[in-house]
Every structure is written in C-alpha cells, then in structure tokens.
Write a protein that binds this ligand. Sequence first.
Ligand SMILES: [Zn+2]
Length: 189
Amino acid sequence: MGNWEIFIIVVLVLGAILVIGNSQETIKWDHSNLTYSFENKSSCGKCEISDVSRAFYIIKNQTGLFNFEEIEEGNEDADFLIFCNNSIPKRKKDIPAGLASINKSGSTINSVKIIFYGINPPPSSGVLFGCSDDFPIVEIHEVLHGLGLVEHSNNPKSVFYNVDSGPLYGEEIDEIDEEIVERIVEIYG
Ligand SMILES: [Zn+2]
C-alpha cells in the first residue's frame, strides 16, 4: 500500500539525484516509538551493525523525540528495514553510499527501507579491524530521510548536506547540526 519515495546519498556527481514525488510535502510518522530490523545481519558485518545502531541512538539523543528499538533480524514488519549491499567494494567517491525508500500513504510514512552500500571491511572477512568510531554520517543521513526530511542542507558541515554537489567525507562532522534538529522538532515537536 502507499507510494514509494526514494532518496539516495551520493558522493560527488553521478547525475540527477533521485527524489521521486512531491518534495514540498511534509511527510511524517504517526508514532514515535519506531522499530528497526536488519534484513540479514551477516551481510552487514559487525561494523555496519554498530554504525546503524549508533545512528539511531544519536538521533534519539539529539532530538529527544523518538524511541528506536531493534527487533529481530529479518522482521518485515519493522518500521525501518535495513539492508547491506556489498556489491560495491567500499565507499569512496562516485559511488552511492546509501539509499532510503519511503512507503507512505498520503503524508503518513508507513515503512522505510534503507540500503547501505560498500561496507568496509567486507563482512565476509569476519574481521573487526577497520571498524572506526567515526560519526556515522551516511547512516544518520539516511535515517533522517526515513523520518521525513527531504530537503538537504546547504551547509557543507551538515550531516544532511546535499552531497550530490560536493564532498562529504573529510568534513569535520561530529553531531547533527542545530538546523536539522530544529527541522525535526518543527515536524514532530
Ligand atoms: Zn540525502
């Protein structure tokens, strides 16, 4: 049921950014206790699982508006279903890093699917080195789309910067900037 809207985060220009649907419309969840499930944890690897969980935790802490609960793997009833796709060897310039698809009915979000690409190190390696405690920019960016944020920030130091038009990695980002927190509060507060 509902329509799907797709948001993609890319590093540098790949062509047109995919924003399907009316981006002026406010879309939002009608509940604040949200669940997430990894479709297949073994395809994500421990580092990505940790980064995704930290992304939800950071959004919860900085906005104070949501509870995010992880539920069992592969549960398609989850509000957020998380996929990992390692067909791209690692995140770098010119490749997509994440894709959020939103299923909505009218202005209400029904469910969100997020794909993270190019997880490094590949989960098949079974190793943990390479995990970092960097701020999980891509993960937070995609979850923010999944909360109904559509318009990117013009601030290159924002986690919600439109990376289609410039660099993302290398910027000093260690929190969700106030502009974005305020936008979420405007929608849900
Ligand atoms: Zn985006």
